[in-house]
Design a protein around this ligand. Structure first.
Ligand code: SF4
Ligand code: SF4
Length: 80
């Protein structure tokens, strides 16, 4: 039997580029992104990804980020 899983993505936030504007957090409909409790070198709380949340690789977070601090990897549709 073939089981087709949903499109699955993964995001990487370059935390030292992040200025903590939280646009990505607001725009991610899957609640993948959240505010980190730690600070980066500029003194901002950077965004971070919740690895347990389901990213769909929609790219919205990367598109709204004014600092180009987010990379989205699309692991593509997988058939097992
Ligand atoms: S790619 Fe889409 S689903 Fe994944 S973290 Fe960004 S906005 Fe959320
Ligand atoms: S949109 Fe970019 S700069 Fe703003 S919090 Fe998200 S990663 Fe950081």
């Amino acid at each position: 039997m073939t089981v087709k899983t949903a499109r699955k993505g993964r995001v990487v936030v370059k935390k030292e580029l992040c200025k903590g504007c939280m646009l990505c957090v607001e725009y991610c409909k899957r609640n993948v992104l959240r505010v980190s409790e730690s600070f980066n070198k500029m003194g901002y709380h950077p965004a971070e990804a919740d690895e347990s949340a389901e990213c769909t690789a929609c790219m919205v977070c990367a598109l709204v980020c004014p600092e180009v601090a987010i990379e989205v990897y699309d692991d593509e549709d997988r058939s097992e």
